[in-house]
Design a protein around this ligand. Sequence first.
Ligand code: ASP
Length: 303
Amino acid sequence: MGSTIKEVFLGNAESGKEGMIPSNVFKAMVRTDILPLIFFSLLIGAALSMLGDFGKPVIAVMSGLNEAVMKIVHWIMYVAPLGIFGLVAGRIGEAKGFAGFWPELVAVGKYSATVVLGLGVHGIIVLPVLLLVLGRRNPFNYFKGMATALLNAFSTASSSATLPLTMEGVENQNGVSRRTSSFVLPLGATINMDGTALYEAVAVMFIAQVYAISMDPAQQIVVVLTATLAAIGAAGIPEAGLVTMVIVLRAVDLPIEGITLILSIDWLLDRFRTTVNVWGDSIGAGVIETYESRDSADTPATA
Ligand code: ASP
């Protein structure tokens, strides 16, 4: 059935499935094994950025390709409502009408409540405690300074679109230096998505339950690991987490069509998780700022 942790990292020679560390990255591309592709991309990105001028032309080509793919995705989004309608109608048909669909609706309601509860615990308890303990800052005041950005995150469902407001809140309202915020926040908006990671893990467990597939503890650890990586790979745009969830589903051999079960409610859950993502980024900036200022206070001034 599902993969073991070793398989996630090194692949499975029998099935030919690539692990997170690919033996052949082209094979991973052909098979759309996304986890090794993310790993390889991180590696190549790190190498290119360390090459200086030498790496710049390659980065420009990659950026151009990225923009082209985004354009194609935009075109696809024009027909997406029709596709979603077809998927939902198909499931209602399978369930023999709305009456048969009711239990599914209840299940999706419970799933949504679990996601919101988990995000609530993380956003209202875990992150503020980190800010208080590590950042030595008052979470209530910090939250007040971030309110506009968080509201914007909720309404746009995009960490990237909210970035200017996040920077404004962190710097002007919460007194974090530009030096810290301009490093931590753009990085955070791209790779630090704790809300998305949490949501993907819950969603995958939900899909497994709907298909009556039991997940042993090893598989659950795999879900946690891959959901974290998949969240790193997700862009800061609406519903990116839904796309990268394919990585987690594939890692534990769950049916990818399971995503259709949660598609209808994702527009709403996306808003909650994006708010937590942005809140997590701003708290990260607050904590780093405290450490930074402590370090520079410890460093004796040189004449
Ligand atoms: N919309 C989220 C964000 O921008 C990403 C996701 O879909 O989880 O942070």
